[in-house]
Write a protein that binds this ligand. Structure first.
Ligand SMILES: [Zn+2]
Length: 275
């Protein structure tokens, strides 16, 4: 036992083979039209680094700027996943494919997107497709493998275009991402996990907008009871209401640790072990 401890100390001192740290970086936290077009917050999606597999989700406007600024290297990405074709989730997908394939010099990386983002009016340029290692259409209830990571798209969301959230599994952790959606009870049945990331655009629900509100977040957190919930993708009303104060209130009301994402925030999944 002592021997093992000593050798691990030596490894740390030598700086070799430090265990990979699983992280989720929030490239931006703006959501929907107005917060994104005015860039009151940055936008650009989520960058996952899990078990040495890097995955980009929802490369919205500014993804190339935010990722390079944070020294995240697109040529290390194994895949890009687009939850749906709306601009705030897909605007930078072409430039990120170009970066992932090292300016189209290397054939590498995979792309996952709903069929309606790939077919009738594709958001991905045809000249980039041959540079990819594969393109897969997301479907309800399917599972996918990227390197050491698997993910499922449990349900199709209620949203004006074909939209999926995801549940990711790493060797040690499970977390869910509820992309844009109108509230439905299916969300509470489908996204169990230790960590729940939710796109909360609205301070208050509006019947004519297919997005989640703070009241929806409270209900979903209470039903799913993750170890930690992170709110992101804020619309103008959310931003003006100070998301970090809303997160604090939700923590008190639900007894679950709720965080409001910040532009550039890096969440380490090891934090779930002590939550
Ligand atoms: Zn949307």
């Amino acid at each position: 036992m002592l021997k093992v401890q000593q050798s691990s100390i030596v490894t740390q001192v030598m700086g070799n083979e430090s265990p990979p740290v699983d992280t989720i970086t929030f490239l931006g936290t703006a959501g929907a039209r107005f917060a994104v077009t005015k860039q009151v917050l940055a936008s650009g999606g989520l960058w996952l680094d899990l078990d040495d597999t890097e995955i980009l989700i929802d490369p919205g406007p500014g993804c190339i700027v935010q990722s390079t600024k944070r020294k995240l290297r697109a040529e290390k990405l194994s895949a890009i996943i687009v939850s749906h074709r709306h601009l705030d989730h897909s605007a930078d997908v072409n430039i990120m494919i170009e970066a992932m394939t090292q300016g189209r010099l290397k054939q590498r990386g995979r792309l996952f997107a709903p069929a309606d983002a790939l077919e009738s009016e594709p958001v991905i340029f045809s000249y980039l497709r041959d540079c990819l290692d594969g393109i897969e259409a997301l479907r309800e209830g399917k599972s996918y493998q990227i390197g050491n990571i698997s993910f499922t798209t449990p349900i199709r969301h209620i949203h004006p275009v074909e939209t999926y959230g995801m549940i990711f599994k790493t060797a040690a952790h499970t977390f869910s991402y509820i992309a844009d959606s109108r509230y439905s009870d299916d969300l509470c049945r489908s996204y169990a996990g230790e960590l729940l990331i939710m796109n909360i655009v609205l301070l208050e629900a509006k019947h004519y907008i297919d997005h989640l509100s703070v009241a929806d977040a409270r209900h979903i957190i209470t039903e799913l009871r993750p170890k930690v919930a992170i709110l992101t993708h804020f619309g103008m009303t959310m931003w003006q209401a100070k998301p970090w104060e809303i997160a604090q209130r939700l923590s008190q009301e639900t007894g679950i640790k709720v965080l409001a994402a910040r532009d550039g925030m890096k969440f380490e999944l090891s934090q779930l072990d002590s939550a």
